[in-house]
Design a protein around this ligand. Sequence first.
Ligand SMILES: Cc1cc2nc3c(=O)[nH]c(=O)nc-3n(C[C@H](O)[C@H](O)[C@H](O)COP(=O)(O)OP(=O)(O)OC[C@H]3O[C@@H](n4cnc5c(N)ncnc54)[C@H](O)[C@@H]3O)c2cc1C
Ligand code: FES
Ligand code: FES
Length: 1338
Amino acid sequence: MSCPPKSDDLVFFVNGRKVIERNADPEVTLLNFLRKIVRLTGTKYACGRGGCGACTVMVSKHDPVSAKIRHFSITACLVPICSLYGAAVTTVEGIGSINTRLHPVQERIARSHGTQCGFCTPGMVMSMYTLLRNHLQPSEEQLMEALGGNLCRCTGYRPILASGRTFCVESTGCQKKRTGKCCLDLGGNDSSSLSRESDICTDLFVEEEFQPLDPTQELIFPPELLRMAKNPEKQTLTFCGERVTWISPGTLKDLLELKAKHPEAPLILGNTSLGPAMKSQGRVHPILLSPARISELSMVFKTSDGLTIGAGCSLAQVKDILAEQVSELPEEKTQTYRALLKHLKSLAGQQIRNMASLGGHVISRHCYSDLNPILVVGNATLNLISEEGTRQIPLNDHFLAGLASADLKPEEILESVYIPHSQKWEFVSAFRQAQCQQNALADVSAGMRVILEEATDTIKELSLSYGGVGESTIGAHKSCQQLIGRPWNEPMLEEACRLLLEEVSLPGWAPGGRVEFKRTLVVSFFFKFYLEVLQELKKLDSHHYPEISDRFLSALEDFPVTGPRGVQRYQSVDSHQSLQDPVGRPIMHLSGLKHATGEAIFCDDIPMVDRELFMVLVTSTKAHAKIISIDLSEALELPGVVDVITAEDIPGTNGAEDDKLLAVDEVLCVGQIICAVVAETDVQAKRAIEKIKITYKDLEPIIFTINDAIKHNSFLCPEKKLEQGNIEEAFEKVDQIVEGEVHVGGQEHFYMETQRVIVIPKAEDKELDIYVSTQDPAHVQKTVSSTLNIPINRITCHVKRVGGGFGGKVGRPAVFGAIAAVGAIKTGRPIRLVLDREDDMLITGGRHPLFGKYKVGFMNNGRIKALDIECFINGGCTLDDSEQVTEFLILKLENAYKIRNLRFRGRACMTNLPSNTAFRGFGFPQGTLITESCITAVAAKCGLLPEEVREKNMYKTIDKTIYKQAFSPETLIRCWNECLDKSSFHSRRIQVEEFNKKNYWKKKGIAIIPMKFSVGFAATSYHQAAALVHIYTDGSVLVTHGGNELGQGIHTKMLQVASRELKLPMSYMHICETSTATVPNTIATAASIGSDVNGKAVQNACQILLKRLEPIIKKNPGGTWEDWIEAAFEQRISLSATGYFRGYKADMDWEKGEGDPFPYYVYGAACSEVEIDCLTGAHKKIRTDIIMDACCSLNPAIDIGQVEGSFIQGMGLYTTEELKYSPEGVLYSRGPDEYKIPTITDVPEEFNVSLLPSSQTPLTIYSSKGLGESGMFLGSSVFFAITDAVAAACKERDIVEDFIVKSPATPEQVRMACADRFTEMIPRDDPKTFKPWSIPIA
Ligand SMILES: Cc1cc2nc3c(=O)[nH]c(=O)nc-3n(C[C@H](O)[C@H](O)[C@H](O)COP(=O)(O)OP(=O)(O)OC[C@H]3O[C@@H](n4cnc5c(N)ncnc54)[C@H](O)[C@@H]3O)c2cc1C
Ligand code: FES
Ligand code: FES
C-alpha cells in the first residue's frame, strides 16, 4: 500500500509522561521502545516470545464498553507500539525509585529476599503491582494467577510469593510470626533438635516494618487520554514504517471497508500469535489492520439460550464474563462455560491472557488450542461480518482445518462468538495435559460433550474434539456417530476407546513427538469423561445409576493450584554478638531494592556508546560438514551493515585447535559459530544474517547419541576410574545381583539474562574495555588477549552483576567477548553482542546428558557389598569442561554411602552437538541419580523400603571415601535424622501406603534422600582469591574482590565480612564492580566456594588495614572512625590493602585413585511427597522438607535462598526440563514455550527449609559453608517420590520393574510407566519403520 505522505502521530503515555511518536514504526515493540528509545531499561528482555514475563509492564486503557479504566499486565516484547494509541504504560521505573519513594511492592519483594540476580524482578514487581491496582487486597489465588506468567530461575519463587502474600486478604501463613512455631508442626511428633533449640529463628523479614500500600499515591490515568477516550476520534489512523503500515480505523464500517480493500492483511489484536509467527518465520505483513478502537468487537450479549462474546475481548475478559455467567445461571446451563473456565485458568500466563483476544485465538487455529476443542463440542457459532453483511458459520473441525468452504472469506472478519447454554442431561468437560501445570502448551487438550436421552443413560448426542494430535483440532465424528444410542456403560467405554484410537490416529513420526503418550491420553481423557458423567448421573439420580467404586473416584479430581507454604529455620546469632555485626543475620541483598525498581544496571542496560555497532552471530545449520563456501556479498550490501567478521579477521589465535572461536573449513555441530555480522542496529544485523549463503558438504560420521559415540569409540578424553576393594570377589559372595540403566537428560541453564557483552576499543595503546555478563572475567580477558594478540594488561573486563549464571557463564562468555573484540578491533568501533534466547539455547550447551549402567551386589537384608557403575556423558563436539565433569562425577558417585567394593568408571563422549559445559553441581546431580537408583533397585529386590536400604548403607563413623579422603559423617547423619523427624517421615510413609490402597488412579509417593556434597575445585591453584580494600578520607570503604555477583549475594556477604572485621556498619561500605584492573588473575566464581575464598581475602585485607589503624585507635579510643581515618591519612598510613587467600590444598592422583580433592563437604537431606495421576502422568508436589548443613551461615536469608533456588532448579532437571533434538541434531527446544523450567505453580505446596545449626568447619570464613550448588541434587527427592508412586501403581498392576530409570520424570514417562488397559490398547510402532521427530541423546 502506498502510505499517506505523513504518518499520524501516535499518542500514548509512559509513566505519566506524554509520548508523541511522529514516525511510529509498526515493527517496533514496546520493549524496544522502552529500552532503546526512552531508555527505561528496568523492563528486561529475556525471551522475546511472551513466555517469561521479564518484560512485564502495566497498560491502562479506557474501556468503552464498561466506561471504566482497565489496568492489565502485558509482555512488552510482543506489543507493537502502534497498538498503544490512547493507552498509558506504567513501567517499573514509574512506580517507585530508590531516589524518591519506593513502592511497597518493590520494598517488600526486596526485603522478603525475593530477588537474587534480580533480572526477573521488575517483571515480578509489575505483575504484582497490576494485581494491586485491580484488587487492593487480592486473594492468594489471584496472586498465584498474577505471577503464573513470570519465570524466575534463581529464587524458587517462595520468597517472591511471601512478599506478595503480605498484601493478601488474609495472610493465612502458617508462620506464627515471631513465635517461631509453625502450625504445621502442631500435632507432629516433633522432637528434633531443630525445634528444641531456643535460638532458632523462622523470620527472614519483619512484616511490620513494611510501609503500607497507599492507593492514593498511584499514578492516575492521564486526563488527556480520558478525554480522548470519551470523545473518540473516528478517523482512521495510519502509522507507516519501513516495511509495514499499521491502519487503525475508528469505525466498524471503515474496518470492513479496509478489509475489503486489503483482504490479505491480518487483523492484529494481542499479537500473541501473529508476532511470534512473524518472528520465527521471518514473515512480514505489509499491512496490519488494528480493530483496537472498534467497540463493536468488545460487546457481550447475554440471551436466554446463550452468550455472545465479542471477538476483540481478551481471554482474561472472557474468563471474567464466563465466571459471571456461571455464578448467575443454574449449573446445567453452564457446562460449556465451566469447561472453558477451567482451561482459561491454565492457558498461558496472566499477561498473555490479558493480551490475547478470543477472535485471535479462534482464528489462529493452533493445533494445541485449549479453547477450540471445547468451543467445537459446545456448538459455538462464529458471527462474521463484512461490507456485504453478516453471516454465521459453525466453529467446527472443517473451519479449524481451514477448509475454504467452512472458512471466513478474505474480506470478512470475526465479530463475535456465540456459545449456547448447555441443558439438562448434557455434560461437557475439558481436559489437558502439558509438561507442567501452568504456562505450558498442552500436549493434548480435549473438549467432550454428551447429551443423554432424558432420565436415561442412553447417548443421544456425543462430540469429542482433540487438540495436539494433528495439524489442527480434530473431531472424532465417526466414533461419536457409532456410539449414539449406546448406554453409558463399560462396554460403551471399551468400544469408544477402540473407535477413538482408530479415528484419532497419530503417525509415529508426528511433529512434537510423544506419540504413544498422546495416543494414551486420547483414551485416558475419554475414560475420565466417562467417570465424570457417571458421577453426575449419580448426583442426578442416586438410585438409578451405578456407583463408581471409591478406588476409581481418584481418577476424577484435577490437582488444584495452591500457593506454597512453609517455614524457614535457621540459627539466630549469638545474643552477645554486637548489633553492628551483620554476620549471621538475614541481611537483604545489597542490590535488592535496585533490582525491584529496575535501577540495577545489567550489561545490556548500559547506554549506547558513541558509534556503537551491533553484532549478530551466524551459526552452522549442519551437524558435521565441510564448509565449501561462504558468500557474504548480499549481506554486505544491505543498509546499515558494516562488516562480517570471519576467522580470517582474527589477528591472534582462533581458540584452540579442536575448539575454534569461529569455524574454519569444517563444522562439528548445528549452532557452531561461523561468522558474525556487524551493523548499525540489531535489526539490520539480524536481517543481514538471513542473506549469508553458506554451502556445506556433509561429512561422516554424524554422532548424536551416547550409544552411537560408544559404537564409534568417539570420546573426548580418557576414561576416569576409581576402584576400591575387590569387586569381582564381592559379587561372588552376595545374595543377589541387579543390573540396571539410568538415563538423565541434559539441562539448559536458562539464566534469565542471556549472554551479552559490550567491547569498547580505546583510542590509545590498543586498550579495550569489556563489559560482560560472566562468572569468569579473567578468562574473558585472557581469551581476548590471545585472540587479538595483545597483552592481557591492555584489556579490562568489568562485571557489575550477572543475571544468573549457574555455570553457563564460566567458559562461554570468553567466546562471545573474543568474537566481539575482533569486531571492535576490525571496525574500530564499540560492539554490543546480545544473544537472543533462541541463539543462546542453540549455541551455548548446558548440563551433560548421562547414560549409566550399574551392577549392584547385595545381601537379602539390603546391605550392598559391591557396586560397579559405568557412565558416559554426552560432551558434545569439543572438550570444554567435560573432562573435569567426568572426574567430579566419578569422585562424587558414592554420595552418602559406604560400600566396601566399588568400581566407578566414566567417559565423556564426543558427539556432533554443541559442547556441554559447567552447570550447577558439575556432574553430581546426574551421577548420583545412578547411585540412588541402585538403592531403590536393591530395596525393590529385597522387599524393603528404599529409606531402609539408604540408612543401612550410609556412612556411620569416621571413614575414608573411595579416593581415601578421611571425613566424619556425623553431620550427614544429623541431617538425615533431622529430616526424618522434621518431615514426620515414618508416619507419612504409612499414610501414603494407606492412600495408595484406597486409590487406583492416583498414587502417592514419598522419598528421603541423603547428600554428601563436596565443594570446591579439585585443584589447589583454583583455591585462591584476592581482594582490594580502600578506605577513603571521609571514612567510606570501597571493597573489591575476585568474585562476581551472580545473584548469589556474594557482594552482600563480602560487606558483612568487611563490616565485622573493620567493626564498621555496612552503610560505610560499597562494592562497585568486579574488575580485572582492581583484582587480577581471578578464578571463576563457581564450585560453591566464591564466598569462602573471597571472604577470606576480604578478611585479610581488612585485618591488614585494622592493624595499621590500631596504634591510632589505641591513642584515641574515644574517637570516631572518621577521626581515626583522618589521623591515619595525616600520618601517611596507607589506607589501601590487598588481601589474599592462599586457599585449600586439593589434589587428586588419578593413577593411584587417591587424594584430597575437596576442602570440605556440605551435608543435607530432603524428603518429598508427591501425588501422581496415573491416567495423565501429572504430578502434584505435596511437601518437601530440606535440612541443609550450612554450618554458621554468613547470611541465612541468602543461604536459604540458595538452597530453595537450587532445589527448584534440580526439581526442574528431574521432572520437566526436556531438551528435544531432531534426527539431524537441531535443538528444537529454544525458548520458554518448548523448554519448561519450573513456574510458581510447581513449588511444593508445603516447602520447609532448615539450616542445621552449630556444626563447625574451621577451614572456612567464620565456619560458614558454600551452598550454591548442593541443593540441586536434593531436587531428586521429588524424582524418587514420583518413582515411588509409580512403583506403587506398578505393584498394584503386577508390572515387573525393569530397572531402567529415565529422568526427567515427565508426565509422558510417568503415564507410560503406569501401564494399564489404556496403554495396552494403543497401537505401538516399530521404530525401524519411520524417522522419529526427535531422538534421545542420553
Ligand atoms: C507465551 C504464550 C503462551 C501461550 N499459551 C497458550 C496455551 O497454553 N493454550 C492455548 O490454547 N494457547 C496459548 N497461546 C496462544 C494464544 O492463545 C493465542 O496466541 C492467542 O489467543 C491469539 O490471540 P491474539 O489476539 O494475540 O491474536 P493475534 O496474534 O493478534 O492474531 C492472530 C490471527 O487471528 C486473526 N484475527 C484476530 N482477530 C480476528 C478477527 N476478529 N477476525 C478475523 N481475524 C482475526 C489475525 O488476522 C491473525 O491472523 C499462547 C501464546 C503465547 C504467546
Ligand atoms: S522477554 Fe517478554 S516475555 Fe520474555
Ligand atoms: S532473581 Fe529471578 S531470575 Fe534471578
